[in-house]
Design a protein around this ligand. Structure first.
Ligand code: ARG
Length: 585
């Protein structure tokens, strides 16, 4: 038996086999529609209507009800099913076996919620976060960081070999002006590391000079050329500048508990040179007013592979990067978590890569995971009051402050120790920022609002964290009453059963995420679990107390076990979203 059993996919394959047996001459109709949670059944299959239409087209006239009955006759034996029946209109209702589901939950209790090791783990490169040196790491990069990290966690949990790559913008013409300014302001940079504390400011200053001072501009260009030909002094200056940025980025990653490997655009310099030669030799490049461009028959815009001044572009760099990931990393899947504004870039890249023979989509799957814009409460692009982009560090600081205020407002500072309060405050602050991002459909824009995300009612991290600590305290408060927990998990009450069925949708949710990369499925799942748990807890006594003394007089062990297993699912789910849980808050 296995903890990560996917009931939904088992049912789909049962029905799909039944269809093949019942109607062997019907062309493949794809996956039959099976859905969970109707009022009338645990799962429902409504493939009969579709089959009727296909049969009708072949001149056979039968009702959905007749088709449904025939499918049920052909349905193979399966121990997750208790019974099946057919509605008048031809829906097939499936009731799940309580004993079977209890066995699975029992297994999870004893062995934890962990998938079996995969026989064929895939190598998956996930490109996420990827801010630019010396430029602002903004809320768009925050989205990429949060979504990307969570996707990594999901694929790692399932058992794949994930390579987390930070494709930092650390190469390109902007370094010319940065190096030129560094040489002017800190002539001793080769021996003393320059005390730049505000790199953004430094960048702005160099840009002003670049635009106003011709001599500076000329020198900036020379610096780029020298850097790209790897002159040691220029490489050193470049490294110093990257270091300043790196330290800033690292602070954010540490606070948000993100692990990621830095491999910026500079890593691909020699690979870009080789790539261009290769594409040129194979005749893929076309001269367009001095630029070298590449077309694919599929797209209406070309890639710019070499600029007219001989320099490389974002296109060149991503082409070389893709090649490195396919040929050197031997990736089975490559996932780009980048704002939707770049979807065209990745679309052309993919088409050209296929055209050039580099990418074979039947062997390597390349996915673009785009996302919408973060808006302020005025529904405009998220900005500070003065109109500047919001600095991530200050955003996180404000989150911490707001989370603490919220906890104090609820009087938690009087109940929790200092250490507990501090843990709760970071769990809430970072948890709510991550959750607010992940719970929306990623392709939509979303409004950033601390007030909303710190609400303890509704679909928020705070509600989930409270529910989980509530469950944990139910278990911890048993103290010496924790008898031997040998009783079976109780699934007799309606609310118990509803909770069990919801918990067991976990695996279905994860497999959906591996297809559409939408983490809001997991958020919705956790929200369902929490709500249904609270319903269960309001309806079913887990312990009985002496009304006078408050002392526990009876423990309903089977229900306590249901609490425990619910906590396991919630904890695992929250961890996959990158959210730390606490035992008290
Ligand atoms: N640095 C880019 C930006 O800030 C994102 C890079 C995404 N990854 C990539 N392989 N192009 O817009």
């Amino acid at each position: 038996e296995h903890a990560l059993i996917n009931l939904h996919s088992i049912l789909i394959s049962l029905f799909s086999n039944a269809i093949k047996t019942a109607y062997p001459t019907l062309e493949d109709i794809g996956q039959p529609a099976v859905s969970a949670g109707s009022k009338f059944a645990d799962y429902q299959c409504n493939a009969s209507m579709q089959i009727c239409k296909l049969l009708k087209a072949k001149g056979e006239n039968v009702s959905p009800n007749v088709v449904a009955k025939k499918l049920v006759e052909c349905l193979g034996q399966c121990n997750i099913i208790e019974k099946v029946d057919v509605s008048g209109q031809g829906f097939i209702n499936v009731w799940l076996s309580r004993n079977k589901l209890r066995d699975i939950l029992q297994y999870v209790l004893e062995n934890n919620l962990k998938p079996k090791p995969l026989t064929n783990p895939q190598k998956i490169v996930i490109d996420f976060s990827s801010p630019n040196v010396a430029k602002e790491m903004h809320v768009g990069h925050l989205r990429s960081t949060i979504i990307g990290d969570s996707l990594c966690r999901v694929f790692e949990f399932i058992g794949h070999d994930v390579l987390r790559i930070n494709h930092i913008g650390d190469w390109g013409t902007q370094f010319g002006m940065l190096i030129a300014l560094l040489q002017d302001k800190f002539p001793n940079y080769k021996t003393e590391s320059p005390p730049i504390n505000d790199l953004q400011q430094f960048y702005k200053q160099s840009k002003v000079l670049f635009d106003s001072d011709l001599e500076f501009k000329k020198r900036a260009y020379e610096c780029v050329v020298k850097l790209q030909s790897m002159s040691p002094d220029h490489v050193q200056a470049w490294k110093l500048i990257c270091d300043v940025s790196r330290k800033e980025f690292q602070k954010i990653y540490e606070r948000l508990n993100i692990s990621i490997i830095e491999r910026g655009e500079s890593f691909y310099q020699s690979r870009m040179e080789n790539l261009v030669k290769d594409l040129e030799n194979k005749g893929f490049l076309e001269n367009d007013n001095g630029r070298k461009i590449m077309w694919s028959p599929e797209s209406s815009i070309p890639l710019t592979v070499v600029k007219s001044d001989g320099g490389f572009t974002y296109d060149t760099s991503d082409f070389a990067t893709l090649k490195q990931r396919i040929e050197e990393e031997k990736a089975d899947r490559i996932i780009y978590v980048v704002d939707s504004g770049q979807s065209v870039h990745f679309d052309i890249l993919k088409k050209c890569a296929i055209h050039s023979g580099l990418l074979d989509p039947s062997k390597v799957r390349m996915d673009f995971v785009g996302f919408g814009v973060v808006l302020g409460e005025d529904k405009k692009k998220f900005k500070t009051r003065s109109g500047d982009t919001v600095r991530l560090v200050s955003l996180l600081d404000e989150g911490i402050k707001r989370a603490r205020d919220k906890l104090v407002e609820k009087g938690r500072d009087k109940v929790l120790t200092d250490k507990e309060l501090q843990l709760a405050e970071t769990a809430v602050a970072y948890g709510c920022i991550k959750y607010a991002d992940l719970c929306h459909n990623r392709s939509h824009d979303y409004v950033f609002s601390f007030d909303k995300m710190l609400d303890d009612k509704g679909n928020t991290a705070v509600y989930l964290l409270y529910t989980l600590t509530r469950i944990r305290s139910i278990i911890n408060n048993l103290g010496t009453h924790t008898q031997d927990l040998n009783e079976p998990i109780s699934l007799d009450h309606d609310k118990e059963w509803k909770l069990a069925k919801t918990l067991l949708r976990f695996s279905e949710v994860l497999s959906k995420i591996t297809e559409d990369f939408c983490l809001h499925h997991l958020c919705e799942y956790l929200y369902d679990v929490a709500t249904i748990f609270n319903e269960f807890y309001d309806n079913c006594y887990c312990i009985e107390k002496n009304p006078q003394t408050g002392e526990i007089v009876k423990v309903f062990t089977g229900r306590i076990l249901l609490c425990k297993v619910t906590a396991q699912y919630m904890n695992t789910g929250l961890n996959l979203l990158g959210i730390n849980t606490v035992s008290r808050m």
